[in-house]
Design a protein around this ligand. Structure first.
Ligand SMILES: Nc1nc2c(ncn2[C@@H]2O[C@H](COP(=O)(O)OP(=O)(O)OP(=O)(O)O)[C@@H](O)[C@H]2O)c(=O)[nH]1
Ligand SMILES: [Mg+2]
Length: 321
């Protein structure tokens, strides 16, 4: 594999075209890295992280190879969190909850996703996207890692999702993405404080189906999704935790259950719309975005605009003393 490619870029933007409502300064970027025994790979990954990151959040799944210690040695400012159940999905949900940046980039710890690409994902966001979706099959993308079987499976899943949801994904099963932190509630991920099922199984969304689940929910919510071409490398050390058939089946089930979920949401919204105004039984339409602890419902852009307006108002009142 080609690790000499890495030259640490800085996360600075020259003249940014600021979309309405986005922060005027360069966004603070949090990077979430799930790890399960990746001690040998972390030096390569951390070395390639861009300078100027707001936060690096490592979510460990109980590694026994010294992953956490290596991470702390390499980067004393790393934020280490332990996931609350098992699976990559739960790790990501735990990691997102620990993020404090404006934007979040999710990468892997096995060396397959190149952290030097983060700045291109963030540029897609500052150029107006709400969700920047990595794609190995968009123009300029490539995979050194995918097997022919997985490629065919991925193509089939792309086709099914694009037909069912009217999307144009070229790489549904790739987990390199970035998004505004305010988009996390749209994903409606399984709460991290739920207990692990007593029978040892995984909660839905806790496994590798997380990527498909996020991609579909984000697209179905109407958020602006932009694909960013990405080059996937071979895992450097160790072996994959993904089982093509078992996890492929979970992805397929996710697609079916997300289709049903959307149908149910549409029915509920249509039913609510036909009730007379003021009726006691009136049901509120499902918000595109609900900020936990806040009173705000709406789209991500509108939230950004309202936040930026209130910040400006605060700045003005400070200036006026
Ligand atoms: N915390 C945590 N991290 C996990 C878990 N499963 C996988 N990971 C991490 O998630 C990232 C991707 O996992 P991989 O096992 O490489 O699977 P993959 O990249 O989807 O599949 P491959 O293409 O076969 O490598 C790696 O950084 C893993 O260490 C888990 O249960 N908990
Ligand atoms: Mg991998």
């Amino acid at each position: 594999m080609t690790h000499e490619r890495r030259k640490t870029p800085r996360l600075t933007h020259g003249r940014r075209r600021t979309p309405p409502g986005a922060p005027r300064r360069a966004p603070d970027v949090s990077v979430v890295i799930p790890t399960l025994n990746e001690a040998l790979n972390l030096p390569h990954v951390f070395e390639a992280l861009p300078a100027g990151l707001h936060q690096v959040v490592l979510v460990d799944g109980g590694s026994t190879d010294g992953t956490v210690e290596v991470a702390r040695q390499l980067r004393p400012d790393v934020v280490v969190v332990q996931q609350t159940r098992t699976g990559k999905g739960n790790a990501l949900a735990t990691g997102f909850a620990a993020c404090t940046g404006d934007a979040i980039a999710m990468i892997d710890a096995d060396g397959s996703t190149d952290p030097a690409e983060i700045h291109r994902f963030i540029e897609a966001l500052t150029d107006g996207a709400e969700f920047a979706k990595g794609s190995r099959f968009a123009k300029g993308g490539h995979s050194h890692d995918i097997t022919p079987l997985r490629r065919v499976g991925n193509e089939g899943l792309n086709f099914v999702v694009n037909r069912l949801f009217g999307t144009r994904f070229t790489d549904l099963c790739y987990g390199y993405n970035a998004f505004w932190r305010r988009a996390v509630p749209v994903m409606d991920l399984p709460p991290t404080d739920l207990p692990r099922p007593a029978d040892g199984s995984k909660l839905w969304g806790d496994g590798f189906e997380i990527e498909t689940l996020i991609n579909i929910r984000v697209a179905a919510s109407g958020m602006r999704v932009k694909e960013v071409s990405s080059i996937e490398h071979l895992r450097i050390h160790g072996t994959s935790n993904l089982d093509t058939f078992r996890d492929g089946a979970r992805v397929l089930r996710t697609i079916v259950s997300e289709f049903r979920r959307r149908t149910a949401q549409r029915r509920a919204a249509a039913k609510a719309a036909t009730r007379p105004a003021g009726s006691a039984e009136r049901v509120r339409t499902v918000p595109v975005l609900t900020v936990p602890g806040g009173s705000w419902h709406g789209t991500v852009d509108a939230l950004l605009t309202s936040e930026s307006e209130s910040r400006n108002a605060a700045d003005e009142s400070e200036i006026r003393g």
